[in-house]
Ligand binder design. Structure first.
Ligand code: NAD
Ligand code: MG
Length: 394
């Protein structure tokens, strides 16, 4: 039996991070935890260090790192603690690491995720914002450095499972006519624009099928999540926006589909539990136990499908337009959305204001090429400034 593979989990204390550790712990013969990282949640990271005994733990601030060092010392644990964005990059590119789970939320995950790609790791991509911001650069780096990129977003993981193993080089080459990206519709499916105006952060974060971090929960409620996923799918599968159809499927049992020229439609089904795509990403091309209950079709009984309501949920259209415009447009869209979601969660912006803010920032920011990291980060920073200025003016 070969040695267990060393895994770094970026964003270990989040929803995807915790699910990843659950799967890893089921297979100590295959995997060992090299590094765990968190932003500020030091208590949660301490608990994870006790259970998984990583070689390294990373927090954002030195004061939190010092606190963790002291607790680990008291507990007699040998985990080394580092802090700051450079430490995230270090634990992603370290030579002993074979697998990196990219599960930081938002643009903060871009640099460590890209570092893992450039170091040729097996990269499990949950952090969709990183790919949305830097699509072309990111995919070029995957090819150039021989990284193995496995999508963890359930939809993209499903499509990956429904495509031929060698699927790069355009969908048509493989007889694929369309990708069907399923969406639960979020907690406000069927609501009118008027009803949506007054929703609260608590309502937005109460997703009917999935338990997730707060940012992606709000994105699911506005359908920006589906918009970001549309952009993500374009980059992962060499697809044009017109080749992707969003299908609202409230049961979240079909995780997405690929339609072929001969009339076949391949789908991947499963209970809505992120441990399935995580286990797939870890073990591909093999399959391992994920701790997920088998799907009971008789209990599910029926599967429904409907189109998305782009009038009530403009974020999906805004994302498609950003992908069509290309260049830095997706990075601008993403940055504006991150500011808008935070303002909504802080009670500074209404639900309908999220799409409005994103649209205004897109108008205010010039379209630039996105072929270099500096330009992408500059577009991200500019969009955040425009977004804050717009919030301040209202
Ligand atoms: P979460 O908020 O639960 O966790 C985020 C993690 O990132 C935490 O460990 C947090 O400490 C860390 N983090 C946050 N800000 C950071 C920063 N500035 N610097 C360093 N670390 C930081 O989020 P989540 O729901 O686990 O989602 C993580 C990513 O996975 C997101 O990009 C999301 O879109 C994607 N995703 C999540 C799900 C899901 O079911 N939760 C499904 C598909 C995709
Ligand atoms: Mg998804």
């Amino acid at each position: 039996m070969s040695q267990p593979q060393a895994v770094t989990v970026l964003g270990a204390t989040g929803s995807i991070g915790a699910s990843t550790l659950d799967v890893l712990a089921r297979h100590p013969d295959r995997y060992r935890v090299h590094a765990l990282t968190a932003h500020r949640s030091r208590e949660a990271l301490l608990a994870q260090c006790r259970t998984h005994a990583p070689a390294l733990a990373v927090l954002d601030r030195e004061e939190d790192a010092a606190w963790l060092r002291e607790r680990l010392g008291e507990a007699g644990l040998a985990t080394e603690v580092r802090c700051g964005p450079e430490a995230l990059v270090e634990v992603s590119e370290a030579s002993e690491v074979e697998v990196v789970m990219a599960a930081i939320v938002g643009a903060a995950g871009l640099l460590p995720t890209l570092a893992a790609v450039r170091a040729g790791k097996r990269v499990l991509l949950a952090n969709k914002e990183a790919l949305v911001m830097s699509g072309s650069l990111f995919m070029d780096a995957v090819d150039r450095h021989g990284a193995t990129l496995l999508p963890i977003d359930s939809e993209h993981n499903a499509i990956y499972q429904c495509l031929p193993v060698e699927h790069r080089g355009g969908l048509a080459r493989h007889g694929v006519t369309q990708l069907l990206l399923t969406a639960s519709g979020g907690p406000f499916r069927g609501w009118s624009a008027e009803a949506l105006a007054g929703v609260t952060p608590e309502q937005a974060c109460a997703h009917p099928n999935w338990s997730m971090g707060r940012k992606i929960s709000v994105d699911s409620a506005t359908l920006m999540n589906k918009g970001l996923e549309l952009i993500e799918a374009c980059w992962l599968f060499d697809a044009r926006p017109s080749q992707i159809q969003v299908v609202v499927h409230p049961q979240s049992v079909i995780h997405s589909m690929a339609a072929y020229a001969d009339g076949s439609v391949l789908a991947q089904l499963g209970n809505p539990d992120m441990r399935t795509p995580i286990a797939y990403g870890l073990s591909w091309p093999e399959r391992i136990d994920a701790g997920v209950e088998a799907l009971d079709l008789f209990q599910i009984a029926r599967l429904d499908f409907e189109p998305a309501d782009e009038a009530a949920f403009p974020c999906l259209r805004l994302a498609r337009e950003a992908m069509e415009d290309g260049g830095t447009a997706p990075a601008v869209l993403n940055a504006a959305n991150e500011v808008a979601v935070e303002a909504f969660l802080d009670g500074r912006l209404g639900f309908a204001g999220i799409g409005e803010l994103v649209a205004r920032v897109r108008e205010a920011c010039p379209l630039e090429p996105a072929d270099a990291l500096e330009g992408i980060l500059a577009a991200d920073a500019r969009a955040r400034r425009e977004a804050e200025a717009w919030l301040g003016r209202r």
